[in-house]
Design a protein around this ligand. Sequence first.
Ligand code: DSN
Length: 425
Amino acid sequence: MQRDTLVFDLINQELERQRHGIELIASENFTSLQVIQAMGSVLTNKYAEGYPGRRYYAGCEIVDQTEQLAIDRLKQIFNVEYANVQPHSGAQANAAIALAVLQPGDTTLGLDLSMGGHLTHGSPVNYSGKLYNAQFYGVVKETGLIDYEMLESKARSLKPKLIICGASAYSRDWDYKRIRAVADEVGALVWADIAHPAGLIAKGLLNSPFEHCHFVSSTTHKTLRGPRGGVIMLGKDFENPFGLTDNKGNVRMMSSLIDLAVFPGIQGGPLEHVIAAKAVAFGEILTDEFLVYQQQVQKNAQAMAKAFMAKEYHLISGGTDNHLMLIDLRNKNISGKKAEQALVKADITANKNMVPFDDKSAFITSGIRFGVPAITTRGLVEGDMQFVVDAIDRVLMNADNEAEIAAVKKQVNDFMTQFKLYPEL
Ligand code: DSN
């Protein structure tokens, strides 16, 4: 068959874009070449509905082993009793937890999307807001920190079945113990979505949710630096004190309910090539090098936050504990949308983001979110953050000046040549 040059030329263009630019989307990263190779392997040809040793198809002896490796390594990383590595994405992992735990109309309590939460935590445009009675807590206006008092008072008055913690644009750590305490008081289950900070949690650099939360979900491609995908974990395979049942009305262990919710609940054949790539990434996470990487992520985020604040940018919560920061641009007289568009012209990629109590819509926004996992993988260290912040500031202060932006783009491209990306490709 003729090589599809159209598609492969585009893939090469994307590789060049990734090489030349400064990637600051907080949810992106650059996987290792061996992760990419596992994803682009013959395992994509295999159907394997079911779980290792319990499949609906023949010929699964090899993929049983790659999937079991992924499970075992993930359990080792987080020291947990149960892991499901089949969710195709974070959103799928979250849907499976909801399916396992909730009935339509049940009440959930999660962080408001406009305050840093996620679509799948109850947004009205998502199944989670359409099927369930989704209620929300927020952050304290003055501090930008999670409003635990609001969370507790809403938990007491609404008596949700499920309390959701986790965020897409929150730069501080979580008090899982406090959330569990109120959950126990009102008879709720607790689910932590650690898609963003998972890599830092894996290496003990942030609080662990596992001893306090009944369910934990994550993506695998953000700070975990694996292939795009999702996972679900249980710190302890609880014996289901809440009497949750399967479709036949049988009370089952939590792990069985999650397995059933992923397959056949919401998915069919698992992506065994991606699961093999997850196993590769999990092997990398178990190394000491990954600890050094995550420590550098935290150092870079803090150096970047400091450099922004020195230029009088308003960071929500006044700094960061993790890999990202959220900036309110209102004192700089530029919207998130315009900032994003100007930055991309200079080959700096970041995303506009609503800030808490935003007066602009989600399409315009007052804020922008920056994350450092990808540039840290490229090899940038604290001393490089001043260059990055200076370049961003120059673009934002000259957002209508094409010549100035072109000059920054040249500087950015020259600067990034020293940080190699996939030299083998
Ligand atoms: N909310 C997306 C992000 O953090 O970029 C991921 O779903």
